[in-house]
Write a protein that binds this ligand. Structure first.
Ligand SMILES: *Cc1c(COP(=O)(O)O)cnc(C)c1O
Length: 406
């Protein structure tokens, strides 16, 4: 087999190129997203699904993912920041949308104006009410209780007071308590007892709210691992992030076993291929040397693209073989040792061959989990850290009913 020469650096209209023809891309399969939403919705039913699209949809692209998720049956969207929620509104997305991580600098007025639901752990309440007054529009609020994670959310001690104040403002028409929620700490380790403790604390918080007259539309607690392993955490709504992207939250359980399909493939093409003698040092620090005469392949992705610098040994698939990265991962590039191809003596070069870092794992292909292992991290971080330097390309887009692109 021969390969085309490596292509030029600049494509005037990359969107016009098929994804596979590009030098570097993160290919996002929107049918995989839709499949995962349908599957998670079936698992969660009768609870509804909130598609969590914070952090640019874990690196997959917030707007296209949000649209795909809504088209497949997600009822809600979730982001961490109000700014992320406003970007979705600016793109014309009108679905119910919750943002839950704020600072005193957050633009609560813009959130109220855009009809963005606001998570409230306590201190935000006065700001939210001020924003509602300014906008002459009631705010939509989800009160958050800390049931054990120790991040935001009111403590159970402060809960009573928060609920009481919120209800006073609701009676004044300044806000509506739309939801009550909390977040799980260890649901990815189903054998641990703390999820039961959090569930009990959440029920207690719900009872306190009920006694104070709160009648929320949605009570929500479960993340992806809770959704998949603990039906008793589903309540009215599950907030799924990782599963939406087709990744498994459980150590030792693959996506496929959970009925999920990984949506992101990070791939490039081999940019150099050459024979080297035994003992050839590779990359900064010369931490790797070839064991015998061999052939090195240069992969034009590095830590500026979001490949963890620490992840030497992570797999790159070329021609159906997964090769571990050898030597240090640099800013723009990394190296695989292909074994002796004898390119100079007529062997086939892999210059220009497709090189896949991770994808859906079909046919033994590398996965985000393989890279997580190599980097000492989790699959969440591997997909989320793929940088804007790597163009996102969307496949299996579904045309919208009005004929515009999804
Ligand atoms: C990120 C996040 C989620 C989604 O978690 P996954 O494990 O990715 O499903 C849900 N709720 C909150 C509050 C979050 O911050």
């Amino acid at each position: 087999m021969t390969y085309p020469a490596a292509t030029g650096d600049f494509r005037p209209d990359p969107a016009a190129q098929p994804a596979y023809a590009e030098e570097r891309s993160a290919v996002i399969d929107l049918e995989a997203i839709r499949h995962n939403v349908r599957h998670l919705a079936a698992v969660a039913s009768p609870a509804q699904v909130m598609a969590v699209v914070k952090a640019d949809a874990y690196g997959h692209g917030a707007v296209p993912v949000a649209r795909a998720a809504l088209s497949a049956g997600a009822n809600w969207l979730g982001t961490a920041h109000i700014s992320e929620a406003l970007a979705l509104r600016a793109a014309g997305i009108e679905a119910p949308l919750l943002a839950w991580l704020h600072t005193p600098e957050s633009n609560f007025a813009a959130a109220v104006a855009a009809g963005v639901d606001i998570g409230c752990s306590g201190w935000e309440l006065e700001r939210i009410v001020a924003a509602a007054r300014e906008q002459e529009r009631p705010a939509r609020v989800h009160l958050k209780v800390d049931t054990g994670l120790g991040r935001n959310g009111a403590t159970l001690e402060a809960w009573d007071g928060l609920v009481g104040e919120a209800m006073e403002y609701q009676d004044q028409g300044l806000l509506r308590v739309v939801g009550i929620f909390s977040h799980l700490a260890v649901a990815d380790e189903p054998e641990r007892p703390e999820t039961d403790e959090q569930l009990a604390a959440f029920r207690e918080a719900l009872a306190i709210a009920r006694d104070a007259g709160v009648d929320p539309e949605v009570r929500h607690l479960a993340n992806t691992p809770g959704t998949l392993s603990r039906p008793d955490t589903h309540f009215d709504l599950v907030r799924v992030g990782l599963g939406l992207y087709g990744l498994s939250p459980f150590e030792g359980q693959r996506s496929e076993e959970l009925g999920l399909r990984p949506a992101m493939t990070v791939r490039t093409v081999v940019s150099h291929c050459k024979d080297v003698p035994a003992g050839q040092g590779v990359s900064y620090g010369l931490n790797y040397r070839t064991g015998g005469a061999s052939t090195l392949g240069l992969i034009p992705l590095g830590y500026a693209d979001g490949v963890p610098r620490i992840a030497t040994g992570g797999p790159v698939r070329v021609d159906g073989v997964n090769y571990p990265v050898v030597g240090r991962i640099a800013m723009d590039q990394m190296v695989i040792d292909l074994g002796p191809l004898n390119v100079s003596a007529g062997g086939t070069s892999v210059l220009g061959a497709e090189a896949v870092l991770f994808g859906n794992g079909d046919d033994g292909g590398p996965t985000a989990e393989d890279w997580a292992r190599a980097a000492g991290t989790n699959n969440y971080e591997i997909v989320t850290r793929i940088s804007p330097r790597v163009p996102r390309r969307y496949i299996n887009e579904e045309p919208a009913r009005d004929g515009s692109r999804p």
